[in-house]
Design a protein around this ligand. Sequence first.
Ligand SMILES: Nc1ncnc2c1ncn2[C@@H]1O[C@H](COP(=O)(O)OP(=O)(O)OP(=O)(O)O)[C@@H](O)[C@H]1O
Ligand SMILES: [Mg+2]
Length: 258
Amino acid sequence: MLRSVAATRYVLALREGGSLPAIVEADDLGLYVVKFRGAGQGALALVAELVTGEIGRALGLRVPELVFVEVDAVLGRSDPDAEIRHLLKASVGLNLALDYLPGSTMFDPAAGDIASPEIASMAVWFDAFVQNVDRTARNANLLMWHRQTYFIDHGAALFFHHNWETAEEKIASPFAASQHHVLLPWASEIAISGAKAKIIITADLLREILAMVPEAWLETPISSAAVRREAYLDYLMRRLAASPIFEEEAIRAHQRLV
Ligand SMILES: Nc1ncnc2c1ncn2[C@@H]1O[C@H](COP(=O)(O)OP(=O)(O)OP(=O)(O)O)[C@@H](O)[C@H]1O
Ligand SMILES: [Mg+2]
């Protein structure tokens, strides 16, 4: 289960983030990077952030702690920036946040950052599994902190959930985007990572993770949260069964680099 905190102070907008995330202080005196429910992609971006982040963590990748953050109507009410005021107003209630990693820097191969074959291979497998295109050299969404690599920004993963009608077609996708993965040059053990991942990812694990998603983020006028959770479980289990397809694609992409 994720911890819950309450936001007490809006500290700083992270302008480079497309969804206008912010550093916020909470009632446990911790600093968090809040992904707001009221931002462009709405609650589904938070569902992706939570479900994908916890799958990554289960696979042994470092993901900053995820917490629920309660945003009160008074937070940022007098902020001089109208865009921030609107976003906070639309986000009153439950939001998702990551533990803020102070002093972290974005992974940058041009600056000499490298990754181990183990982490790189699992990362390539993981991003292909959850169909996350946001791990390119231009936008790595990997933070270096205390010499370790942290995985952030999974809001655009699981993009099938924006259109359930066409989800079926995406289950067995080879995921050509693997060729642009920032860690692909080091990913020499993708088959080994895939074998490990298939032991770790089970229906029980996915059920446990999906159970953490708040009902209000899943409900739609045509379907209940329970039905949605089953749909995610079904999709992800079938994607897992189709993993040889995206694994082979990623391995080929790696071989083309070396
Ligand atoms: N836990 C964290 N600790 C420190 N900095 C963070 C953390 N999470 C995010 N950031 C910083 O905030 C920026 C924006 O966060 P994030 O990438 O999650 O937002 P986004 O709106 O989805 O971004 P985009 O769509 O532009 O990639 C990151 O590029 C990073 O510099
Ligand atoms: Mg980002």
